[in-house]
Design a protein around this ligand. Structure first.
Ligand code: GDP
Length: 369
């Protein structure tokens, strides 16, 4: 290393003696041109692959090795699409390794949310899905809420182990891993390294000071999530970016709600009652009589009943109908993966039909809020 060398990424003075200090270049990297510091190296390599997504088979192959390692598994899920982003088969692959469940995007819930209740709800759902977790943390990567806790808890639980970070696409995994990287090295400077072309399907190993690694796995793509089946340019309409404003509808049996042209909710049978929709504020809701619903859709889809737009409609799978029976006394949400959920407020039971693009997960669940 020449005297006064600077990192080609961030410009910091390079040094070769203290791995935990800024500007450190490990032995192996000293021959490379241009020379960059270890932190920039990590981030560059991380960004190369951070947005890579893979399908179920490749993903399961990749997970297959975790059970035989000694590591902490951090599973990130999206609170808005909880059942859609929870990897329920995870338990099989992690063996006896502890799983920390990090629930992201809590900024989307109404401000009045009872967080303790929500944490219990998450714990219960995880258990019901066969996942044993050592902890549940609620956070918002975007609003920087709860992140200190995440970083601290990962440090605590990991001891001297590797950390596997696992999640579906779009749950906020990159944001969290970037945060972990910057927390494990003490550079104050913002990074200036640009993304390099070329990606890999493999997990990305980000070395830690103690010789261990953070292993960021590619995001798994679930076709059962609306966000994967509707056109990219319609995503902003269904993905909320502000806290949800619950919208309550008093409905009689044989009334229908259209959510844009993406999904349709028919209240088929039951006493007059109210339903509360937790969906993106950007999605227009139209109410009509059940007997008029088919004709309305034929006439207005892609225009009044949008998104998707007329062009977008061609790429969206046709609807299938899900018949859901709410039993008297049950407190449930009708969950549509990626769209949100509709809380059933009545206690007398109901018969509900949901029409949603083929393949998208639609189900009843214990009410979240
Ligand atoms: P990844 O695909 O899991 O790596 O997720 P990204 O970090 O790329 O984030 C995916 C999308 O979710 C982006 O549109 C982010 O802006 C959004 N996002 C990430 N974290 C949050 C969060 O805490 N709250 C909200 N509302 N959106 C988030």
């Amino acid at each position: 290393l020449k005297e006064n060398s600077r990192c080609a990424g961030c410009g910091i003075a390079l040094q070769t003696t203290e791995p935990s200090r800024t500007g450190y270049v490990p032995e192996s990297a000293r021959e490379r041109e241009p020379i960059i510091c270890q932190r920039c190296f990590r981030i560059k390599n991380y960004n190369d692959a951070s947005s890579v997504a893979i399908d179920q088979d490749d993903f399961l192959r990749l997970l297959g090795g975790i059970a035989s390692t000694n590591s902490l598994v951090v599973h990130i899920v999206d609170l808005f699409d909880f059942e859609g982003s929870l990897i329920s088969s995870l338990q099989r692959f992690v063996g006896t390794n502890p799983v920390l469940l990090v629930v992201n995007k809590i900024d989307l819930l109404p401000k009045v949310t009872n967080w303790n209740r929500l944490r219990n709800w998450v714990q219960k759902q995880a258990r019901a899905n066969g996942l044993k977790v050592v902890g549940v943390l609620l956070c918002s990567a975007r609003k920087n809420i709860g992140f200190e806790r995440v970083v601290e808890t990962v440090a605590d639980l990991r001891g001297k182990r590797d950390v596997y970070v696992i999640g579906a696409t779009n749950v906020g995994k990159s944001t969290l891993v970037n945060r972990l990287i910057s927390d494990y090295s003490d550079l104050e400077r913002e990074l200036t390294v640009s993304r390099y072309p070329g990606t890999t399907l493999d997990a990305v190993h980000i070395p830690l000071e103690d010789g261990r690694s953070i292993i960021d796995t590619p995001g798994i793509v679930y076709r059962s999530r609306l966000s994967e089946v509707i056109p990219r340019d319609n995503l902003h309409a269904i993905m909320p970016d502000k806290p949800l404003k619950p919208a309550t509808y008093q409905l009689d049996a044989k009334q229908t709600l259209f959510f844009g042209g993406i999904a349709r909710f028919d209240f088929v049978e039951g006493e007059h009652q109210s339903f509360t929709a937790y969906v993106s504020n950007g999605l227009p809701i139209h109410r009509t009589k059940l007997e008029r619903a088919d004709a309305l859709y034929e006439e207005h889809r892609g225009v009044m009943l949008a998104p998707p737009s007329r062009e977008g409609l061609e790429t969206v799978p046709p609807w299938t109908r899900h018949s859901l029976r709410v039993k008297p006394g049950e407190e449930v949400d009708v969950f549509v993966s990626g769209l949100g959920w509709i809380k059933v407020n009545g206690k007398a039971g109901a018969l509900i039909d949901v029409h949603a693009p083929k393949g998208v997960k639609v189900m009843l669940r214990e009410t979240m809020l």
